[in-house]
Design a protein around this ligand. Structure first.
Ligand code: SAJ
Length: 425
């Protein structure tokens, strides 16, 4: 099949790069978002997300005339749904955005169209939820229009490269649908394209992120064990990773972001009795902020009335995304224990957590601190020089929750230095 027009629903971290990349590869693309601020901003050339290279790509797509931004969909050869699938309070998937996006397509669906869901979804969403909604058009899924689930697998920070170069799994509700999806993504994907059925593709996506979550949970639990046994977990991990078949990940303040901390719950929701390991890993990672706060209080004593400077709130280094960020939980727990917390997040300096102060500079964050906690390894923090920091803060206790600083450098500058999972020092 050949495609001339494409409608992309949802202009977030996945939809916006996808729409722009198709546009710069010659398709006429309509980018749709229900948020009028995002639509107005993009129409004025303002990109609401930080991702390396994205601004340049979006501006090139807009200037080419191939990318149009609107609030409602319109007729097209293909539709891609890339809206969020958050979870609700009870950890169940909130599919209301997928449902609304699908319903908005129905009036425009024509015979021969292709519809693709990219949003991470519980197994069987494409077959059991999406197909019946789209069939309200009077057209039969798989016979009169093609229907596909194709997971996005791009890593925030490297989205533009991985979008093109990663292997792409395309699951059709029948083989003809998968082939139609392949024809579309072949326009820019240089990685391998593998065809399967829609439910397998949904499961693949959930398995990838669950696998990583379980492996990070192992690293976090090893940190706690090492702490108990007077071992430095980082030294132990480096040595264990010399084994040819072992690759332990990094302990940290927990797992955040909109993907790995959310997606495993979709498996737990779909099969609560079976998904025991999946649930347990989630619980280990979700309790890691409490471990960090316990570690801090063991190193600096009572938290009551202590002035604590927290560096980094984003869910990981070099992103501006604070969704599900474990650092926010750490700050809330410190605050609840009576500490006077001042935060500094260089990618979102205005972000404020109730009952704490947000600093607009490193200097402001550190100037009255009793202790400094590093929660995110942004480059700006990695490169700090202990001798210079000593000049701008009275704090002499450093807790490094991501282990990006060198212990010896801080010690020789006159600080007490601790990284989590270090029971040795
Ligand atoms: N983290 C650790 N220790 C580690 C690695 C990560 O604590 O050794 C933490 C990070 O600090 C962060 C969280 O885990 O809080 C997740 O970060 P990440 O870099 O592992 O992953 P994401 O969420 O940015 O992107 C993931 C990727 N999935 C996998 O690597 C299997 C990406 O390919 C997916 O496209 C993305 O989820 C998604 O959208 O689903």
């Amino acid at each position: 099949m050949s495609y001339k027009t494409l409608c992309v629903l949802g202009l977030g971290y996945i939809g916006l790069p996808t729409a722009s990349t198709f546009a710069t590869h010659g398709l006429q693309v309509i980018g749709v978002d229900t948020n009028s601020e995002i639509v107005n901003g993009l129409n004025n050339g303002q990109v609401h997300l930080f991702e390396p290279g994205l601004r340049t790509l979006v501006q090139a797509a807009l200037h080419s005339g191939n990318l149009t931004i609107r609030r409602q969909p319109q007729a097209a050869d293909a539709f891609i749904i890339a809206v969020p699938t958050p979870f609700k309070e009870n950890k169940q998937a909130d599919l209301s955005f997928v449902t609304a996006a699908a319903e908005s397509i129905v009036p425009f669906l024509k015979a021969g169209n292709l519809v693709i869901l990219e949003s991470t979804s519980p197994p069987r969403t494409t077959v059991d939820l999406l197909a019946p909604i789209l069939e309200k058009s009077g057209l039969k899924a798989g016979q009169e229009f093609h229907l596909v689930y194709s997971p996005e697998r791009v890593l925030p920070g490297k989205i533009l490269h991985e979008l093109i170069e990663n292997a792409r799994v395309i699951g059709g509700i029948n083989p003809a649908s998968a082939q139609a999806g392949c024809d579309l993504y072949s326009i820019f994907v240089t990685g391998e394209i593998i065809l399967t059925d829609a439910t397998t593709a949904e499961m693949v996506k959930l398995m990838e992120n669950t696998y990583r979550d379980i492996n990070i949970a192992a690293a976090n639990e090893f940190a706690r064990l090492a702490d108990d046994f007077q071992v430095d977990v980082w030294e132990a991990i480096a040595l264990a990773n010399r084994h040819p078949r072992v690759k332990i990940l990094h302990p940290g303040p927990g797992v955040g972001g909109h993907c790995i901390s959310v997606d495993p719950w979709f498996l737990v929701e779909a099969a609560p009795e079976t998904a025991q390991l999946v649930r347990c890993a989630r619980q280990v990672n979700d309790s890691q902020p409490a471990y960090v706060v316990d570690f801090v209080s063991r190193k600096i004593g009572t938290l009551r009335k202590k002035h604590i400077a927290v560096l980094g709130l984003a869910y990981k280094a070099e992103v501006d995304d604070l969704r599900e960020a474990p650092a926010i939980h750490v700050v809330q727990l410190l605050r609840d224990a009576g500490a006077q917390v001042i935060t500094f997040e260089p990618f979102k300096p205005d972000f404020h957590i109730d009952g704490t102060q947000a600093a607009d500079s490193l200097q402001t964050a550190l100037q009255n601190a009793d202790a400094i906690i590093l929660l995110v390894g942004h480059n700006q923090f990695r490169n700090l020089e202990p001798q210079k920091i000593k000049q701008i803060t009275p704090a002499r206790k450093i807790i490094d929750a991501v282990h990006v600083w060198q212990r010896e450098e801080w010690l020789s500058a006159g600080f007490e230095y601790y990284h989590i999972g270090d029971g040795k020092h």
